[in-house]
Design a protein around this ligand. Structure first.
Ligand SMILES: C[S@@+](CC[C@H](N)C(=O)[O-])C[C@H]1O[C@@H](n2cnc3c(N)ncnc32)[C@H](O)[C@@H]1O
Length: 83
């Protein structure tokens, strides 16, 4: 399943990832996570993100562990993503 980006990141590969080879294994390791643009194209796989920036790391840690109810309670905003 292809998820939309949770946030934009300079150098993100979300759009370009569709031109990359399909993963050959069940686990995807995105070594320079950023916005995890490649892994978001294959959210049905097991994904391991490696990130050195504490802010980006904490953002992913929040997104991975937050409850659906808390996400749905966040203020909404209009987002547009060109596909
Ligand atoms: C260009 S972004 C990655 C974009 C991402 N692959 C995407 O498609 O959205 C590069 C990321 O790698 C992280 N990074 C840089 N050096 C790293 C390292 N040694 N280990 C892990 N992450 C690193 C940066 O903090 C940044 O978030």
């Amino acid at each position: 399943m292809r998820l939309l980006p949770f946030f934009c990141y300079f150098g993100g590969k979300w759009r370009a990832a569709r031109k990359y080879p399909t993963p050959q294994h069940d686990t995807i390791v995105e070594a320079f996570a950023g916005g995890a643009g490649y892994a978001l194209n294959y959210s049905d796989r097991k994904v391991v993100l490696h990130e050195v920036d504490p802010t980006v790391y904490q953002l992913w840690d929040y997104l991975i562990h937050v409850s659906p109810a808390e996400i749905l309670a966040l203020p909404s905003a209009v987002a547009h993503v060109d596909d």
